[in-house]
Design a protein around this ligand. Sequence first.
Ligand code: NAD
Length: 441
Amino acid sequence: MNFLESVHKFYDSASSHLAIPEGLVSQIKAPDCVYHLRFPIKLDNGQIKVVNAWHCQHSNHKNPLKGGIRFSNLVDEEEVTALATLMTFKCALVDVPFAGGKGGVRIDTKDFSRTEIERITRRYSFELYKRNSLGPNSYVPSTDYGTTSREMSWIFDTYKTLSNDAVDSAGSVTSKNISQGGIRGRVEATGKGVYIGLRVLLDDKEEMKKISLEPGIKDKKIIIQGFGNVGYHSALFLKEAGAKIIGICEYNGSIYNPDGLNPEKVKKHLQNGKSILEYPNCTVFDDPYHVFYLDCDILLPAALEEQINKENMKKINAKIIAEGANGPLTYEADQYLSKNSVLILPDLFLNSGGVIVSYFEWLKNLNHVRFGRIMGDNSAKKDIDEIHFVNRALEDTMSAAFNSMKNKRKELGYQISLRESAYKVAIEKIATIYEEMGIFP
Ligand code: NAD
């Protein structure tokens, strides 16, 4: 089952016993529209390259739509649709007043220069703008696989130039650099959210008893797949809290050290242009999946979807799977592992830190004032206030979402997975919005 089919299957099983009219169940599931865009860019050597890109608006029950822009050579219509669909349910679960959208450009960033990537980003932004699909009240993108604050700042500048909206244009995109109206704490927000979500779960004695794991984060053995924005920041916070990062898998190899790896040193090594295969004081494998299958308490996929599927699900040796990435488990793998007492912390909840803090950034941009600003205060204090606010609000939002998943289970009076309860909570909230606003005739 592929990514989109899996998302649909999760949705179908979660919605099947809810008291929602059948037509509404179909409306909430299907994307409102998907664009397939093709545009030319000029490469540095003067040649012309045609780029394929997509944009999905999954739902308009709330506006604006929110969801990252992905640059990867695996992007296609189904992937972008699946990611936009997840965004709709994620926003509903964590009470962020957006609906799901997503963007994807089919390029491998390693094949292009910085200036070529800038031209691609600006042209893609222009194509969205032309279709009324970019702006503070339509679609507000953010970072995803293959994109960073750098691309978001180019999107902002493109939007500002085209819209001539000097006042609210910063609200057209989030995860911008701080100098462009970004918010402190957004770069690490998804990883921090992964840490908060895992900590809340590990502190839950009832949940830990079910999988015979000692409560608490300290000394938990963790293996991470994908050492980009989500993987690296998750590793930082988890290690700081006392966990051991015993393995890291990248696209070209994996490394293992049962005494624990230092995330900052690994990152520095990679940023210096060296391969993970050259990392010292650990066992190195040129198979990216070798370490993925080793014994650990927590396996944290933070790269791409469908990483655990029908073919490899029996090789997994973890007690908890923490979905840092979107859709890392196919439906079959989710069913098989859940039946075999593996606890799965679902993407809808676990990687929501990014969209939660993006919401704060959007509010900051539209309010034209940074959180915690106090008249006459000095600037150092103001910076502390903003990050303090962001961290506190992220904690509160994620803890509330975890409780809502657990409460849904209690309310139903029978055991369902955390994923199923996350979907049910989200679907019911969206259905109420549709029922109370009616359907445009
Ligand atoms: P990223 O581009 O910063 O990092 C991804 C990393 O995965 C890269 O280092 C890449 O080399 C590595 N990788 C690729 N293929 C791999 C493989 N087969 N095995 C091991 N590593 C591999 O991307 P990101 O922003 O960290 O996003 C990762 C996942 O998290 C995606 O599913 C994304 O949708 C999801 N996510 C990201 C955010 C965010 O704020 N960035 C928010 C929510 C969810």
